[in-house]
Structure formats: C-alpha cells, structure tokens
Design a binder for this molecule. Structure first.
Ligand SMILES: *Cc1c(COP(=O)(O)O)cnc(C)c1O
Length: 387
C-alpha cells in the first residue's frame, strides 16, 4: 500500500447545505415519512417530469414493490440484464417469480435489444413470455428504451427501468425517470450513486393507480384514505390493511438530504462528464477500451468502466491499482454466475457478451469529489500497471 490517500471508485459529496437540511428535520416534529418525503417526491417529479414518485428505504425495496405493483407472482417470468447488481433479479424471486436474463450489447454494455427480440420470439413460440422486463441503465447510460417500449407493446410485457445508476440522465430529449417507454422507473440513492440519501430509493410512474399501489406496499398495505376502504371509516384513528405490504419507508432526514442533493445534480453530472473527458484524453493509446458515451442522450456517468485488451492481465492490473491506493472495482460479475443462480440452473456460456465483458472490466474512480490530481494519479498508476 502506498502512503498516498486512498481514492475510492465512488463516494458521496455532502456539503453544509445538506447538513443544514438534515438538522432542520431533526429539530422539527417529524422524523419519518412526513413533509420532507413529500417535498423530496415533488423534487423527483420536477426533475424527471414523472407524474408520481414514491420514496423508499432503498432501491431494492423499490424494485420489489414495483414488481408487486405489476402483479408479479408465482408462475410469472421476469427478465433482466445479465450485467447488473443482483438486486435487479432478486426482486422477482422475492415475488415467487422465475428469473431469466438477456445478454448485453458489447458497445453500451446495456441489455441488447437484438438479444431481447430474439429471446422474445423464442418465448412467444414456447408460450413462455415474461410478464415484466427490467432493463438496467448500466453506468448511467439509458438503454434503448424506445425499442424496448415497442417490444413491450408487441409482446405484451410490462417494463421496470432499473435506473439506479442514471438519476439525472437523459434519453431522446427527456429525463430518465419520465417513464415514457416504461411503467415504473427505479432510482437508488446509495452513497456511491449520483445523489444520496445514505440508504434510499424511489419508484416513479405516470400511472396514478400504480402509484397508489406502490404507496400501499411501501407501508404495510395500510391506508387511512376512506375511499380505499371496504367499509365506512370508524373514526379519525381508523385505518385498514387492504394488501400485504412492508415497511419500506424512507425517513424525513434522508428525504431532506436527498432534496438538498438534487439541487446540485447538474453540477454533479457536469463534474462527472469533465472527469470522463479527461480520462478519455489521457487514456488514449493505452491497451484498453474506453467506455462509449452514446449520442442518444446524456449518461449520468455513475461508472467509468475500461476494458483491458488482454483479459489475462485484468487481475494484475486491478491488483496493481489497488496496491497504489486506487479504489478500482468490477461491475458486474454476471448475475447468472453467482452460486445462488447457478443452483437455479444457470451456467457459464449462457450470456457470452456479459461474460466476456466481465473478464476485461475495471471501474476506475468516478465521483464529483475527484480532483484533477486524483485523475492524474489514477492514470499514471494505470499506465504503470499496463506497461
Ligand atoms: C445499487 C443498485 C441497486 C440497489 O440499490 P440499493 O439502493 O442499494 O438497494 C439495484 N440495481 C442496480 C443496478 C444498482 O446499481
């Protein structure tokens, strides 16, 4: 280990205005799911133009209730990208559904529309179409949602966008989260993501009925709204449990932090793009492939993933960077290769592009607190490790 400061691959950026926002909640009457939640949800709607936003304890919880709100249950099939965090698939298993994966596009590393199309045709003839498909906006870059939306109409499945990486991103002139081609979009506010609430997530939708279900599922399946009860209210204390829900609420402290962070989202994204520009420039000519920023939108640039040309050297390069205090990481080990998923019957070779991508991938540090000196240090260390 060098004696220089450790540079993480991702980390939060908290300022004094964030601290003041949290303190104001702590000094107020509400600590959990009060007025700050409503303000945060309104901020998310204002950012994305979605009709409704439902803040949750984390994105995994939001993915779970998104599946439940779309009636995913035993006997249903849910497909997601092989190149994602396990939560993108686990949410369907929580509902008792069956999970399958779609391979990735080798340029964007997002779910391949061609692979999805081919798999849907096969599934249609086998009578085994998915109820829900969960595209994941890998590294902050939107999937080809227009094409996926067209396939959803043709084959009759619902769409949940896992936009955990893509808060603040754009696609074809609208914000990620606008749900133009999907039923629900899920955001994560984990500290390494674009904006943070410590732990936190949200489900966004334009369908007010879905939003109502998401709200019920977030809080025990309990309602205090007389319109949603099966008999007249017995008094001001009265509530009814109308479905089996969970405690997936976010606290008001977290929501206040999130709303405060959202006021700086453009600056965060600008900084991420400036860092990516510098990396692109300085890494030119090295035996690696740099990530591609597509012209159909604006990536939120959660990750900056390079591909080492010589896959047999990936581990050496990775270890060398780590030994230099550079907090590189790998996103993602293909989900189907996890022991839990192998035990469900998945095996190596099923999603070859996700597997080949994984063998070469290294995520370099990418977050708004990286200084120019940090970026230079990462690049020098990478150059040394590759020489
Ligand atoms: C981080 C992440 C999640 C889970 O988010 P949490 O808020 O930690 O539950 C889900 N999907 C993807 C793609 C992620 O990166």
């Amino acid at each position: 280990m060098s004696d220089e400061r450790f540079i993480p691959y991702g980390t939060q950026s908290i300022d004094d205005s964030d601290l003041r926002a949290i303190e104001a909640v702590l000094r107020s009457d509400w600590l959990t799911q009060g007025p700050a939640i409503e303000r945060f949800e309104q901020s998310l709607c204002a950012l994305t133009n979605a009709g409704d936003a439902v803040a949750t304890s984390n994105a995994t919880a939001a993915l779970h209730i998104a599946c439940l709100a779309l009636d995913v249950g035993p006997g249903d099939k849910v497909w997601t990208s092989a190149n994602s965090f396990v939560a993108s698939a686990n949410c369907a298993l929580y509902c008792g559904a069956q999970v399958d994966f779609v391979d990735i596009d080798p340029i964007s590393f997002n779910m391949s529309v061609e692979a999805l199309d081919a798999k849907l045709l096969d599934a249609a003839s086998a009578g085994a179409l998915p109820k829900v498909v969960i595209p994941v906006h890998f590294a902050g870059q939107s999937c080809d949602m227009k094409a996926i939306g067209a396939l959803s109409k043709r084959f009759g499945f619902r769409v949940i966008e896992d936009a955990s990486h893509a808060v603040g991103g754009r696609y074809l002139g609208s914000m990620v989260g606008a749900c133009q081609y999907s039923d629900i979009t899920v955001f994560s506010f984990h500290p390494v993501k674009i904006v943070t609430t410590a732990e936190g997530g949200a489900a966004l939708t334009n369908d007010s009925e879905l939003a109502g279900r998401l709200r019920l599922l977030r809080s025990h399946g309990i309602t205090r709204d007389p319109d949603l009860m099966d008999s007249p209210s017995q008094g001001a204390w009265y509530y009814q449990q109308t479905t089996l829900g969970y405690n997936y609420r976010m606290t008001d402290m977290q929501a206040a932090l999130g709303a405060s962070q959202l006021t700086r989202i453009e600056a965060f994204l600008d900084r991420r793009h400036a860092i990516a520009d510098t990396y692109d420039q300085l890494l030119d000519g090295l035996p690696i492939r740099r990530p591609v920023r597509l012209a159909n939108g604006r990536s939120a640039l959660h990750l900056y993933v390079i591909q080492v040309d010589d896959e047999s050297r990936r581990k050496v390069v990775f270890d060398s960077l780590r030994a230099d205090g550079i907090g590189v990481n790998v996103h993602y080990i293909p989900i189907h290769l996890q022991p839990y998923y192998r035990a469900l019957g998945f095996r190596e070779g099923q999603f070859p592009f996700a597997e080949a991508y994984y063998r070469r991938a290294i995520s370099l540090p990418m977050h708004p607190k990286l200084s120019s000196d940090d970026v230079q240090r990462v690049v020098r260390s990478l150059e040394t490790s590759l020489s």
